[in-house]
Structures are given as structure tokens and as C-alpha cells.
Design a protein around this ligand. Structure first.
Ligand SMILES: Nc1nc2c(ncn2[C@@H]2O[C@H](COP(=O)(O)OP(=O)(O)OP(=O)(O)O)[C@@H](O)[C@H]2O)c(=O)[nH]1
Ligand SMILES: [Zn+2]
Length: 354
């Protein structure tokens, strides 16, 4: 497994450089894949010299493009494969992959859906695109893969159970001077998650906040979301409660990565809300893996917690990992004119208790 997960790291690197990879699932022939976002016309010509390749999109993206209606067999959350027609040159494929171009290129198609020659590999490819921070859209079925991996190796690469504590030190922070920072990582995946343990255990379940990284909110003070104020208010609330844990999870943009989150912001500039923006890009509304948080709490010896959140899906996601949430504690911050719509969408479309 060691060399297989190393190959996944090589595959992620290849995708980001615009090189082809292959995914071989049990019982399927290997599917070669060229990421549309990082390819170019020349690479496409090399990948698909005779025009045999097809295009692989996520269900949400295909639905946005009105492709799935023509495919009775299409099932939600299953990737959608369409034929590469004579008109589907590199520029046309880019317009299929990137929703930022939807308003500029409204006329697309006609499309012809096909049965994927390798559905398990296709689904794994879309998972890997998210991990790589790329648009989930590929040319598939060409030649010239740099590396071949399996879906199981992708899962192992992302396996939260492989997280371990790698460093810990005292870290006095504003609002909580008696704090210790604990760093976690896995042998493979890039994100280094941290926990801030505030105060001393007092026998009661800790007050816990799961904070997902938000560069724009946490560092730049963005007013588009509520992350920055929530982060600081959480530290104060935990400090006030005597003891608890802030988990700072490297799951930017609810797990789609910074660049894709900024693409979602660009779609919001065009009028779409946060939920529709993610769907148009081809991602789940919330792509986070709460197994990471569950594993971190277990490693800190805390399996019963009080959770600071307005998001019932977070409670459910954590409980599914074996952590008991004895109490949900609301975490409301005053809205501002820039995040009013975002907060309303969370309330109306993702079940937040606001
Ligand atoms: N994809 C996407 N991510 C966003 C957007 N706005 C904020 N985020 C990300 O959402 C995450 C914030 O989630 P949390 O603070 O854990 O909040 P939550 O799931 O809404 O639930 P609470 O615990 O109630 O705050 C961060 O990773 C942000 O980067 C957006 O418009 N699109
Ligand atoms: Zn934010």
C-alpha cells in the first residue's frame, strides 16, 4: 500500500501539471484521464490523436448543462460521460468544465451521453480532482498516462485513520493564554490539521469547535462569510467554558480547496447562491470529511463532546465517526450586509439553525 499511496501523490501532481493519469478499478479496463482545467490543445491532441476520447463530468455539472435529462440511466452522484463530438475542441471542452464561462458561452451541445466504459474509475477520478483542487472534468479514454493508480489507493491516501500527532507545544493566544497547539498529519495527504487545546481537562466533556480553514475569512477578514468572527468567538467561548478544543481543519471551502471556493465566489458575483455555485462547479454542497475531526478528537482522548455549531450536519457527521455529541451549543454572530445572503442560504438550504 505504501507505494500505491505514493503513486496517488504522483497522480495528484500530474493532474495539477496537466499530465494524463490512469485509474484501474477491479473488473474494469484502466481509464486514462486528462484534466481539462490544466490541459491545453496540444496535450489534448497527444492524448486523443484519433478523436476517440470522451468527456467526463460530475452529475451536478451535467445537470447544470442539461445533459442528464437526455440520459435515462444517469443517477444522481454518478459521473456522466458524453461523446467527444467534432465540435468539442479544447476551448469547447473548457466551456463545459468551467461554469465561470456559462454566461459568456450559453450555447453548448448537442450532447450525446454514453455508458462509461469504467464507472468505478470515473467516480474515483472526480474524487481525485477534488483532492487536487481542480475542476472535476476530464477527457477520458486517450493515451499517455504518467502513472496508474487504483480507487482503493485514493481512499487509503485520504484515510483519516492514518492521522497521527506529530508535534505539540504551548501556544498562548489572544483570549486564551493557557493553550497548547497539537499538529496532526498523515504519511501522505498534504493538509496538516491542528488542534488548539484550551485550558485543562476538568472531567466534563470539552466544548469543541470544528473550524474549517477559510483563508479569506480567517486571514484577510472577508465579510462575505462568518468564519473570522466565528473563529475568534469560539476561542473566547471555549476559554470561558474553562476548557475545550478548537480543531482547525485544512478543509478550505468546505473541502473543495481555495481556488474552487474562489470560483464559487465568482459565480456568486454572477448571482448564484453558495449552494448552486458548488453544484454548478460539479461538487457536493459540503465535501468535508468529518472523519478527520473524529480521529483528531480520539487521538486527544475525547470521545464525548459539546459541539459549538449551528450546523446539524456537522453533529451527524461527527457522530457517524463514533464521537458522542452530548450537547449542541449555538454559535451565532451578528450578520453584516455582505454575508446576509450567505447566512440566509445556510439557514434556508443547508438546515443551519440560525
Ligand atoms: N464552497 C464554499 N465554501 C465556503 C463558502 N463560504 C464559506 N465557505 C467555507 O465554509 C467553511 C466554513 O464552514 P464552518 O465555519 O465550519 O461552518 P458551517 O458548516 O457553516 O457551520 P457552523 O458550525 O454552524 O459555522 C470554510 O471552509 C469556508 O472556507 C462558499 O461560498 N462556498
Ligand atoms: Zn469563510
Amino acid at each position: 500500500m505504501l507505494s500505491e499511496t505514493r503513486d496517488v501523490a504522483r497522480a495528484i501532481d500530474a493532474l495539477r501539471r496537466g499530465w494524463a493519469i490512469a485509474i484501474a478499478a477491479p473488473g474494469e479496463t484502466a481509464l486514462t484521464l486528462l484534466p481539462i482545467e490544466t490541459a491545453d490543445a496540444e496535450r489534448l491532441a497527444r492524448f486523443d490523436p484519433v478523436g476517440q476520447a470522451h468527456i467526463l463530468l460530475s452529475f451536478g455539472r451535467a445537470e447544470t448543462l442539461r445533459i442528464v435529462n437526455q440520459r435515462a440511466a444517469a443517477e444522481p452522484d454518478q459521473p456522466v460521460s458524453i461523446r467527444r463530438e467534432a465540435w468539442t475542441d479544447f476551448a469547447a471542452a473548457t466551456a463545459l468544465a468551467d461554469p465561470q464561462l456559462d454566461l459568456a458561452t450559453p450555447m453548448k451541445g448537442p450532447f450525446r451521453g454514453i455508458d462509461s466504459p469504467a464507472p468505478l474509475a470515473a467516480a474515483a477520478a472526480l474524487r481525485l480532482a477534488r483532492v487536487a483542487g481542480l475542476l472535476p472534468a476530464f477527457f477520458a479514454g486517450g493515451t499517455g498516462a504518467e502513472v496508474t493508480i487504483t480507487p482503493a489507493a485514493i481512499d487509503a491516501h485520504e484515510d483519516a485513520n492514518r492521522l497521527a500527532i506529530v508535534a505539540r507545544a504551548k501556544l498562548p493566544v489572544a483570549g486564551a493564554e493557557q493553550s497548547e497547539i497539537v499538529a496532526f498529519r498523515t504519511p501522505d495527504a498534504a493538509g496538516e490539521h491542528v488542534a488548539l487545546v484550551i485550558g485543562q481537562p476538568d472531567g466534563r466533556p470539552p466544548l469543541v469547535r470544528l473550524h474549517s480553514e477559510c483563508l479569506t475569512g480567517d486571514v484577510l477578514g472577508s465579510l462575505k462569510c462568518d468564519c473570522g468572527p466565528q473563529l475568534h468567538a469560539a476561542i473566547h467561548a471555549i476559554s470561558h467554558a474553562n476548557w475545550g478544543i478548537l480543531l482547525y481543519l485544512r478543509q478550505e471551502g468546505r473541502g473543495i480547496g481555495l481556488v474552487n471556493k474562489l470560483r464559487a465566489y465568482a459565480l456568486q458575483d454572477q448571482g448564484f447562491d453558495t449552494v448552486d455555485a458548488n453544484t454548478r462547479l460539479g461538487f457536493a454542497i459540503d465535501a468535508r470529511d468529518f472523519g478527520v475531526a473524529g480521529r483528531m478528537l480520539s487521538l486527544l482522548g475525547q470521545r464525548q463532546i459539546r459541539l459549538l455549531t449551528n450546523n446539524p450536519a456537522k453533529v451527524a457527521g461527527l457522530e457517524a465517526t463514533g464521537i458522542t455529541v452530548v450537547e449542541r451549543v449555538a454559535h451565532h454572530l451578528p450578520p453584516n450586509p455582505h454575508n446576509e445572503r450567505y447566512l440566509a442560504t445556510k439557514r434556508d438550504r443547508t438546515g443551519h439553525q440560525l
